[in-house]
Design a protein around this ligand. Structure first.
Ligand code: G6P
Ligand code: MG
Length: 238
């Protein structure tokens, strides 16, 4: 019996993994730029004679600019009507519109609880990463005054795959020097949750309709370091 207990404690030690890093999505987790992406795409789609609503927009979250445009055109039955050069021009127009909507972005636009969480992670010696496929991520972090809070930001321009592919979360973990199984990923999009799980990380979802998450919170104010640590520790026991 003593042997069995000994083995059990050895097993617990083996399965207890330390939380070493938290990797954040940007749009919809750190700030609500997801809404600005929607407004910009809605206006561009309208010019193309295509109507998109907030429900359709859920499918665009975490999806790169060009892939988003392709999804919108397919939705409007216009998938084959544009050359690659025309797609680039439309995507650039959308981006200019999106960037103009961002002009008033300030630290007041950080979602509830996130600034405190970033500070607690730094104080707790837990590394902080960013996994956003947005090429505007550096400007958005700067406008929010958060650049210094991140130890490593994956460079969207260097990625081959959009979410749901795990590449971006794996890249962020590698940049932080942390094994994915020792890291939490936080996402508001289904494609992002799939990316986190594909990378072998613990997935925290923000929202109401996300499948496959390890912990789902209705909004970012639930994201405190004590709460994250408690959920992380809890999963070690299962
Ligand atoms: C994020 C957003 C997507 C957006 C993508 C690319 O993942 O959730 O809606 O399409 O970034 O953003 P960008 O700023 O490069 O157009
Ligand atoms: Mg997002």
């Amino acid at each position: 019996m003593g042997g069995a207990l000994h083995n059990r404690s050895q097993m617990m030690q083996k399965t207890t993994m330390k939380l070493e890093a938290v990797v954040f999505d940007l749009d919809g987790v750190i700030t609500d730029t997801a809404h600005y992406h929607f407004v910009a795409w809605r206006d561009i789609a309208k010019e193309l004679g295509i109507v998109i609503d907030e429900a359709f927009n859920e499918r665009l979250k975490g999806v790169s600019r060009l892939d988003s445009l392709r999804l919108i055109l397919a939705h409007g039955g216009k998938a084959d009507q544009f050359s690659d050069a025309e797609l680039e021009t439309i995507a650039t127009r959308k981006n200019e519109h999106y960037v103009s909507l961002l002009s008033d972005l300030s630290p007041a636009d950080i979602l509830p609880g996130i600034a405190d969480l970033l500070q607690s992670l730094r104080q707790g010696g837990i590394r902080v990463g960013l996994a956003s496929v947005s090429k505007n991520a550096p400007q958005v972090l700067a406008a929010l005054g958060l650049t210094e809070c991140f130890d490593y930001c994956a460079d969207a321009a260097k990625l081959t795959h959009s979410k749901p592919h795990p590449e971006i979360f794996l890249t962020a973990c590698a940049g932080l020097g942390v094994a994915p199984e020792n890291a939490i990923g936080i996402e508001d999009a289904q494609a992002g949750v799939a990316s986190i799980k594909g990378a072998g990380m613990y997935a925290v979802g923000v929202g109401s309709q996300l499948e496959g998450v390890d912990w789902l919170v209705p909004c970012t104010s639930y994201l405190t370091l004590p709460a994250l640590s408690a959920h992380w520790a809890d999963r070690q026991q299962h």
